[in-house]
Design a protein around this ligand. Structure first.
Ligand SMILES: C=CC1=C(C)c2cc3[nH]c(cc4nc(cc5[nH]c(cc1n2)c(C)c5CCC(=O)O)C(CCC(=O)O)=C4C)c(C)c3C=C
Ligand SMILES: [Fe+2]
Length: 388
């Protein structure tokens, strides 16, 4: 095999406070993040939500130094993977493609089409697949492939999700042990897995395998750890008024505190690098909630970042992918059984899932209309005199 390219996919994060607004706008403009019945609504609603969230979000980024470390860490991971692949005898160009901020996926694709690589391996830096993360990036890549003849001639393969990889499980297990050993009685510390949540409808209606993959990943880490500690899995970072996967991290922490748990370590399970959800949400917000609930000794397992066992695991995944038959983008967006990427398929009549989804969407539209009217003071309800 000649020179390969490795495209690392991640979400991206604002580098500085001024970037927060445009970053949020990009995120909420993605139909895999907010699923709406009409495409034309996406951008106005994205602008509306981003404008409303910007201040709170900026305050959070301020608490972690004024920006996300995601780009720096992802680039360091890329360097470390390049070095490890070199040791394994495989020369590689590494490209970082972020979904909602620089370096954008489009920038990475522009660069790699100029370099003469023989084959590309596409590796999302999300261990578990979700429509809202890897799915969204794969969707974008499918689109870029359709538009670019040069890309169509490039051999590539995709690694859809990799939470079962033994090296990854080993790295997570070692990181957890490192944190447990800081406690006087490590075997009695409660291990609290906190995964980034998604709206419940993604799993129940659109068939997102995310929850199943998170649950299996938790089980596999506990198996690899092979310790007697009690453990809990909960979901963090809920946004908006709809129901997300439960239990919510804050509720689960309060419940454990009420049951008398005093020593606890949080394992950020869906993230492989430090960012706002670990540094601000877990280390500041959830720590405060836990301490108020009586959990006095609150530890947090670091994200894998450039941990050597983790980097070796990613490098092994890349080498294995080169030996396996190629997996196409169209295969991975369809292979997860019943996954319905946006837009949803054709309409079905009757009391069907489609009907329920549309009822939900129409109710959501009404809600959004009401919110806009309450903020702007203008709209149909003011015209007909129901609001003043
Ligand atoms: C597995 C990881 C992630 C899932 C699943 C996910 C789903 C998801 N996220 C939002 C909304 C927001 N996410 C934000 C930032 C953010 N999210 C992830 C990961 C997952 N998101 C990362 C890596 C980051 C970047 C963090 C950084 O350091 O910058 C944000 C912005 C931050 C904030 O204001 O809280 C939002 C908003 C939704 C709606 C969603 C599923 C539909
Ligand atoms: Fe997120």
């Amino acid at each position: 095999m000649g020179r390969i390219g490795v495209l690392l996919l991640n979400l991206g994060g604002p580098d500085k406070l001024e970037d927060v607004g445009p970053f949020l706008y990009n995120l909420f403009s993605d139909p895999e993040i907010i699923r709406l019945p009409f495409r034309w609504m996406q951008k106005p609603l994205a602008w509306f939500i981003a404008t409303r969230r910007q201040k709170t979000s900026q305050e959070n980024y301020k608490q972690i130094g004024g920006g996300s470390p995601l780009r720096r860490i992802t680039e360091e991971q890329g360097e470390a993977i390049k070095c490890q692949l070199g040791k394994l005898g495989q020369e590689a160009n590494i490209y970082v493609g972020m979904r909602y901020w620089h370096p954008y996926t489009e920038e990475a694709i522009a660069q790699l089409t100029q370099d003469n690589i023989d084959k590309l391996v596409i590796l999302p830096l999300y261990p578990q697949f979700s429509i809202s993360t890897s799915g969204s990036s794969f969707r974008l890549l499918e689109q870029l492939w359709k538009e670019n003849r040069k890309l169509q001639g490039l051999e590539y393969t995709v690694i859809p999700s990799w939470y079962k990889a033994s090296g990854y499980l080993q790295a997570m297990s070692e990181l957890i042990i490192g944190e447990l050993e800081k406690f006087p009685d490590p075997d009695h510390v409660h291990i609290f897995f906190s995964a980034h949540g998604v709206p419940k409808s993604y799993v129940k209606e659109a068939g997102d395998p995310y929850q199943q993959e998170i649950e299996e990943c938790t089980y596999l880490i506990m198996q690899t750890l092979n310790r007697p500690n009690p453990h809990t899995l909960a979901y963090q970072s809920r946004v908006g008024p709809v129901e997300w996967l439960q239990p919510y991290t804050e509720d689960a922490l309060k419940e454990l505190g009420a049951k008398g748990v005093k020593n606890l370590v949080v394992v950020p399970i869906s993230f492989v690098s430090e960012h706002i959800e670990t540094l601000q949400e877990i280390d500041i917000e959830y720590r405060e909630i836990a301490e108020e609930a009586g959990i006095h000794n609150f530890g947090r397992v670091p994200a894998p970042n450039t941990n050597p066992v983790f980097i070796q695991a990613l490098s092994d995944l890349i080498i294995d992918a080169l030996k396996q038959p190629n997996l196409k983008l169209s295969q991975v967006t369809q292979m997860k059984k019943r996954v319905r990427m946006y837009p949803q398929e054709r309409w079905e009549w009757g009391i069907t899932t489609s009907a329920e989804v549309w009822n939900g969407r129409i109710a959501m539209l009404g809600f959004i209309g009401l919110m806009i009217e309450l903020v702007t003071g203008k709209g149909l309800l003011h015209v007909i005199g129901l609001l003043h």
